[in-house]
Design a protein around this ligand. Structure first.
Ligand code: FE
Ligand code: FE
Ligand code: ZN
Length: 278
């Protein structure tokens, strides 16, 4: 058993995301608390959030995976970019704590923009140590990255190095979100999924794997591009994605589609995934 859903729009409010997910046949979802480019967050309407929580409860949703903006770069060179990133992180986390506690918030670890990953990694960890609180209910997930440009998190080792520097009392509020398109583009060949998961376990520990972004890729393994494709229409292909969805070690996790689809496309993909599971 897995939980399935898509990245849905927050434009019509919070309850609408729950209703959309039900229409898609899903039982989890992802969303941006603000524009993915990182503008100001729309104030949350408490009644709207309560209505979403009621849907989640009533329908037994899996854990929701909120996505922090792409532009949130905690290891930027420019101080004002870091300050903005910290404001965004704090704001989004606070909204989750206030209105949707106990869920996940994933983020792209950052871009080192020429400093080198070895400089960026401690800066990301320092930021997390400042921004997180041991009492928070939200679990923060580092996303595995494709390694385009100067992205940090292109290997399991880079994610481990960040996690190793996070304070001990925050460790159980940290995890990893594995994006199938990103790991494929980063050079992890999903043809041998057991080998990739063994590697993940050896480097990071499988207990840290909390969510899956399920995407096909427009590029071959190792391309470092990060261009998502519809399931079965890219270089990863249906067989390898099916193996991910049905892998015994991944059962129970939330699987989020970030494929280039409108709602009908997501509905079809969720139906397809369900047919793989029987
Ligand atoms: Fe992402
Ligand atoms: Fe992703
Ligand atoms: Zn991506």
């Amino acid at each position: 058993m897995i939980h399935i859903g898509a990245h849905v729009s927050v434009a019509k409010g919070w309850e609408a995301m729950g209703k959309t997910t039900l229409e898609l046949g899903g039982d989890t979802f992802a969303f941006f608390l603000r524009s993915p480019r990182g503008g100001a967050a729309k104030p949350v309407v408490p009644e709207d959030a309560a209505a979403l929580r009621a849907i989640i409860e009533e329908h037994g949703f899996g854990t929701i995976v909120a996505h922090a903006p792409y532009t949130m770069n905690l290891c930027a060179v420019k101080e004002y970019v870091v300050e903005h990133a910290e404001d965004v992180f704090r704001g989004d986390l606070q909204n989750l704590e206030d209105y949707l506690p106990g869920q996940y918030m994933n983020f792209h670890p950052g871009s080192h923009v020429g400093q080198g990953a070895e400089v960026a990694i401690p800066r990301i960890a320092d930021a997390l140590n400042r921004l997180m609180d041991p009492g928070q209910t939200t679990t923060i997930l580092l996303e595995t990255m494709a390694g385009k440009g100067s992205e940090v998190g292109r290997t399991f080792e880079e994610l481990r190095d960040i996690l190793d520097l996070v304070k001990p009392d925050l460790q159980d509020r940290m995890g990893v979100c594995l994006d199938t398109c990103h790991v494929w583009d980063a050079g992890y060949d999903l043809s041998d999924l057991d080998a990739v998961l063994d590697e993940f376990d050896k480097v990071l520990g499988l207990h840290r794997l909390k969510a899956i972004h399920l995407n096909d890729s427009k590029n071959p393994c190792g391309a470092h591009k990060d261009r998502h494709e519809k399931l079965g229409q890219g270089f990863i292909g249906e067989e390898r994605l099916k193996a991910v969805v049905t892998h015994p070690k991944l059962q129970g996790l939330p699987f989020i589609l970030e494929t280039p689809n409108e709602l009908p496309g997501y509905r079809k993909e969720i139906e397809t995934i369900k047919s793989w599971l029987v």
